[in-house]
Design a binder for this molecule. Sequence first.
Ligand code: ADP
Length: 351
Amino acid sequence: MADVSLRGIRKSYGNLEVVHGVDLDIKSGEFVVFVGPSGCGKSTLLRMIAGLEPISGGEISIDGKLVNDVPSPQRGIAMVFQSYALYPHMSVYENMAFGLKLAKTPKPEVDQRVREAARILQIEDYLDRMPKALSGGQRQRVAIGRAIVRDPKVFLFDEPLSNLDASLRAQTRIEIAKLHDTLDATMIYVTHDQVEAMTLADRIVVLNAGTIEQVGSPLELYTHPVNTFVAGFIASQRMKFLAVTPQGDNLLLPGNRLLASSHPKRALAHTIGIRPEHLHLATPEQADLSGTLSVIEQFGEYALAYVELPTGELVTIKLDGAPQLKLHDTINIGLPAQGVHLFDEAGRALR
Ligand code: ADP
């Protein structure tokens, strides 16, 4: 277990700077997830912590020690890659033991560490198998096992679940959460999947174009996103943004209805953000928005209704159960008293 500190971290490829001065303190034992759209610099940041990529500026410390010039194998980290990177000609046991043998660890200790990791990951029955005789999920567990046997101070995961199918991804996600609990290790995890970020992280770091937009617990980011970027990125159903015009104590909505607002900064509101799960069906008299049902997706336990407003914008409502709604019918939507996010012209959340 160790803390990790990043101070003013920069990265350039030639003349192009892709990471623009990142400051971050990761506490010992914390599970931190880097999330953001493709190309935002997540992997580059992780690879710089790992020592696989030189930094162009700033300081990286692991366990209180500056590691800028420390080679990767001496940083006390272990990395798990999306591609598993197993040796195809070695058995599961040999794959897991390889790094320890290279480090001249005594044989009985190698055996003890490999068997302990295999026990934690429940792959004891596959130790003699070759990687090609394993499923994707089993291969990823071996790759994680290879990291565990090294007893690293920090685990680094680079999109470890991306090659797995949906059900295996969900299952392995739970196993990684349990592993964090069992090992009590510092873990830094890169993903573009915000469900993984929400479910695994103690804290999420939202990156955008090489800078940090916000750092916080999953629920902090869900309830108090600092801007439209974070608001639109976090949660499985995306937040919908609608332009509004402040009018005294009200906000004028698309469709010309007024939404009463007691927000102290409502006069600065330019956009509102609403999450599908916070909208409800209303009577025509009480509706804040109205439109026609253009698509309905039934999932059994809930449904997503896509409602086209007269402005052409599509608003999604999440409804419990299996609502009987007909395509092209008029749908009246009520906005919640709480749960409407206000943003200014620059997209900053109004607090
Ligand atoms: P992410 O992991 O968030 O998808 P990356 O960290 O892989 O993003 O990349 C961040 C940016 O750096 C991207 O614009 C990418 O094109 C650029 N980049 C990454 N690796 C290299 C490289 N070896 N040479 C030049 N540009 C690179």
